[in-house]
Design a protein around this ligand. Sequence first.
Ligand SMILES: Nc1ncnc2c1ncn2[C@@H]1O[C@H](COP(=O)(O)OP(=O)(O)OP(=O)(O)O)[C@@H](O)[C@H]1O
Length: 265
Amino acid sequence: MGERLIELRNVAKSYGRVFAVGGVNLHVDRGEVVGLLGDNGAGKSTLIKMLAGAIRPTSGEILVRGVPAQNWNAARSRDAGIETVFQDRALCVQQSIVRNIFMGREITGFLGFLDTGKEHAEAERLMREIGFTSKVFTPDSIVGQLSGGERQGVALARAIYNKADLIVMDEPTTALSLTETEKVFRFVRTVKAGGRSILFIGHNIHHVYDIADRFVVIDRGRVALEATKEEVGSAQALIDFMEHTAHPQGAASFDPTAALPGASR
Ligand SMILES: Nc1ncnc2c1ncn2[C@@H]1O[C@H](COP(=O)(O)OP(=O)(O)OP(=O)(O)O)[C@@H](O)[C@H]1O
């Protein structure tokens, strides 16, 4: 098992009397891809916002490499090597690829002036590293002219430039074509091969099953299942489990281990 990069321990978040997340344990180790699944409103976004330091847990602990984090916020999350690629990808569509990659962390040279030559060379290196190359676009191409999958590439290049150890991808394949989804998968595999970790949030269970090593299913703010791919055995078993958790009357008589060949819990 790789180093424990991040751990949420018994973390809860409430808004007034509404519990968005109630007492969740979740961890990501180095070099693994964890799939985070759950219905609409299950609490996935709340969890990743807490990881990103965008919101604070109401209770519970966040541990970074085994050490409890103090005063957790967005800057500390970034410093801890966590980058979140949100659903809208938070890119400036009127700007070039190179400007988007280095936004807020520009490469400067003598007297603090922007070193555009170095930025271009570094952008090309990053794009090669994640297999994001093309005869059509260059680092100067405008992001608004790129496809959804290519925009994901820009967001990932930025995360890699920022030396993220954990990249949180919020529904990265939603609204992508098959070819583009395959590109995103290729990025994920390259990132993993480089020893980084991914937390992959998705609604398409087949996509998440294909790419993840371990799965965490959230249901109404709680962990309904945590299992490795080996334990789960098939995408269909995961679908069956999720259908039962979404229908509580079925869940009462549903034994997840029966639906998950090889499951140990
Ligand atoms: N700022 C907020 N104020 C009040 N309730 C909130 C707030 N943010 C989230 N919630 C509630 O918390 C619950 C979990 O929401 P969350 O957005 O985390 O779910 P999700 O799993 O990401 O859903 P989706 O897949 O639809 O994006 C929902 O019931 C939601 O209405």
